[in-house]
Structure formats: C-alpha cells, structure tokens
Design a protein around this ligand. Sequence first.
Ligand SMILES: [Ca+2]
Length: 256
Amino acid sequence: MKKIFPNCEGERISRSRRSGLRRAISVLAPILSIALEWLARAQTNVSIELREALDDTNLVWSTSEPVAWGRQLAETHDGTDAAEGGPLRAGIVAVMTRLSTSVVGPGRLSFWWKLEDAECFQLSLQVGTDPLATIGPWNSGATNWEAQTVAIPAGAQELKWVFQTFCGCDSPSGRAWLDEVKYTPAPALAIPNQKGDSLTIEVTGRAGIGVQAEFSTDLVSWAPLPLAQLTLEDGRGVLQVPKPDSNAFYRVVTVP
Ligand SMILES: [Ca+2]
C-alpha cells in the first residue's frame, strides 16, 4: 500500500524555496559584495577629499545624508578649496547634514566657517551633545567668513558640524562652508630628572608647535620660566630649569 506523507508536498515546496533562495544568494552575493566595495571606496574618496579641503592632515572626516558635505573650489577662505554643506532646501524643518571627525582632548580647535543664509539656516559645532559655537538662524542675510577658536575638553571627542534648516516652504535653499580646520592637542609635560640644583622638563606635543613652560606655587598665579620657550622639533623638547627653593607646580602652554 502506498504510504502517504502529508508533508511531502510542503517539504518539496520548502526544499524548492530553499534551493531558490540559495540560487538567489549565489547570484546576489557577488553583486552585494561589489556594491559594498564600491560604497566603501566612495566613502574613502569623500574622506580624502574632505581632508584636502579642510587642510588638517591629521583628521579623518565623515559626512552624512540627506545632503552630504563635499570639497569645492568656488567659495573658500584659503583661496584654494573648502568643504560645502548643502544646498539644503528650507521648509523641511530640522533637516540637517553632518560633517564629523574625532580628536583626543584636551586641545585647541580653530576653523573658518560661513553661511549663505543666516536667517533660515544654522551651522553649529557640537562636541558630543554640547554645542560649542553657533551661527544663525534668525540673523539677517548671509554671513562673511568668521574665525572660531574653541577649547576641546579632555578625552576622546567626536566633533560634529551640524547644518540645518529652520524657515518655511517658500524660503530659498542655502549652503554652508567650512575651511582651514586646525586641531592642536595640548602639549604634555613630564619631569624625568631632578639632579642637584636643576630640573629636567620634557614636553611632548604636535611637531612644530611653540610652547612656554610656566610655574606656580599656589595653582592660581602662573609665571613663565625664564628661557623656557621652545619649538617642539619632532614633537619633543627638553628644558633644564633651576630647582625652586619650595614646592612648585609646572605646566606648558602653547604660544603662537
Ligand atoms: Ca582649504
């Protein structure tokens, strides 16, 4: 007698579906792989172009939709190139585009920025969730290039320039620009030796920056150590200073 397997048809269908799925995966996998590779290469190219536009060779950049930032040559502060965000279309409140990079603080960040329309748009710099600097909205008309310098707090920090719209549907579209970003980590100080009447102070930081060593006896008033200003060649400098009669604190500050 023929044995009936009620699930056979279902099993055949299931096997057929699995087989079809495997065929689909075998066809789609190479396409997906190529697409992901193309996307990764495109993101790398954007990051390289943004680094070129923004001039700090130590920073790695990323940008997000709906309207990503990119390098252009028409509107710049340094006369060569700058990053442009937008154009964003006003009327879609809170539509925004982000440009971001990461640094390790403490340090000092400087940059130039500009808004095409400061009435309907806002450009802000955020460190984590804290806004450190903002231009627009509700100012009148376009801004000119403006310089900004902000202190970056200690620790690993994500820096985000956020460009967003605020006006109604009939408002014009607008763009934002950023140029000449420079991040200078605060120099670090160590005292590896105390011999006789002198101290050895070792300063490390970004190669080429100028530093001044200072001392204090109360952590309130700081005075420069004589002859303790130097440039950190290769990211390192060593000072020999007289040993003080009483306990003292030491620090280094960057100088132009
Ligand atoms: Ca530039």
